[in-house]
Design a protein around this ligand. Structure first.
Ligand code: NAD
Ligand code: UDP
Length: 324
């Protein structure tokens, strides 16, 4: 039997956070889910509200909060390009002030704190696949900078709290992750393509579709996060978590059409500024330190995701940003 811990999950009502909360609740931990519902809704955690070991707090992580916990997973941050560019200044504040607030709490409580960082710290990478030692190629003044640089600054803060105050930190760099409970209007490529295919709309490929991404299924990702939090030695990371299977966006569109049996046509739209041309994690470190690697290939993960999209009422979700 695991020791029962008090665990705070910021951004806990989101796509990844809600699944993480479910996993931690099932392990018997006392879970506090903190969220301001900017890119999520309460329905993501409605199934947990009756659990005696679950607590939901509506709070904005840019504001300090006083809680007593043993572990913190810091996920609060808009993650999809349309969401994080909606209010770019707020995105930087969420990453930076959010990091300061959870690190302060971790320092006071002597809690362990894990930062959900991102492959975006590598920007448009010149090294392929990307190992953790690669320092990246980020445009600090472009439209993606609020997210990329916010997350880079958060990593800096985590390392400085570790070096200065010995706060027990963990950093994971998450590569594109998908699965049930993605916001249907978040504008990310998988939610867009699946929604478009199921509604018989044109599938919008930005640019020629030759850019690549590596897609990790949600359950694999959350398993790696929990392993990283619980890793025994003094391993802070950063560690890449993602699925090394690499696909062009055109290949993804064709696969979604095949799996949904859709009659949707592929159309092309302009490529957004600074859109990374390729992305694939080197997961050597995760394999060695966490004994982890993804188990769910893209086709199987997409089938589960499509099944979930078929089961929801899309009208229940409001399009939160004009860019999708
Ligand atoms: P998501 O948008 O579904 O979840 C983010 C959650 O944070 C939402 O519930 C949102 O309401 C909440 N939030 C945003 N700003 C907040 C604030 N100021 N205060 C409190 N809550 C706030 O996205 P996700 O995909 O679940 O991402 C979770 C985390 O993982 C994010 O930090 C993201 O940067 C990181 N990440 C995700 C991916 C991915 O592909 N899913 C890739 C890299 C990194
Ligand atoms: N993309 C696309 N059509 C869409 C949405 C996204 O072609 O409807 C492309 C986008 O330009 C990018 C890739 O898919 O090259 C992944 O985009 P996403 O927003 O999911 O994530 P990120 O760019 O942050 O990896």
């Amino acid at each position: 039997m695991n020791q029962i811990k008090r665990i705070l999950v910021t951004g806990g009502a989101g796509f990844l956070g809600s699944h993480l909360c479910e996993r931690l609740i099932a392990q018997g931990h006392d879970v506090i889910c903190l969220d301001n519902f900017f890119t999520s809704q309460k329905s993501n955690v409605a199934q947990l509200l009756d659990c005696p070991n679950f607590e939901l707090i509506r709070h904005d992580i840019t504001m300090p909060i006083w809680l007593e916990v043993d572990e913190i997973y810091n996920l609060a941050c808009p993650a999809a390009p349309g969401h994080y560019q909606y209010n770019a200044i707020k995105t930087v504040k969420t990453s930076v002030m959010g990091a300061i607030n959870v690190l302060g709490m971790a320092k006071r409580c002597r809690a362990r704190v894990l930062q959900a960082s991102t492959s975006e710290v590598y920007g448009d990478p010149e090294v392929h696949p990307q190992p953790e030692s690669y320092r990246g190629n980020v445009n600090p003044i472009g439209p993606r900078a609020c997210y990329d640089e916010g997350k880079r600054a958060a990593e800096t803060l985590f390392m400085d709290y570790y070096r200065t105050n010995r706060v027990n930190i963990r950093i994971v760099r998450i590569f594109n992750t998908y699965g049930p409970r993605m916001h249907p209007f978040d504008g990310r490529v998988i939610s867009n393509f699946v929604r478009q295919a199921l509604q018989g709309q044109d599938i919008t490929i930005f640019g020629e579709g030759e850019q690549t991404r590596s897609f990790c299924y949600r359950d694999d990702l959350v398993e790696a996060m929990i392993r990283m939090m619980n890793v025994k030695d003094d391993f802070t990371g950063p560690v890449n978590i993602g699925n090394p299977g690499e696909f062009t966006i055109l290949e993804l569109a064709k696969l979604v059409i095949e799996l949904t049996g859709s009659k949707s046509k592929i159309i092309h739209a302009p490529l957004p500024e600074d859109d990374p041309t390729r992305r694939r994690p080197d997961i050597t470190l995760a394999r060695a330190k966490l004994g982890w690697e993804p188990t769910i290939p893209l086709r199987a993960g997409l089938e589960k995701t499509i099944e979930w999209f078929r089961s929801i009422k899309i009208e229940d979700y409001r399009p939160p940003t004009p860019r999708y």
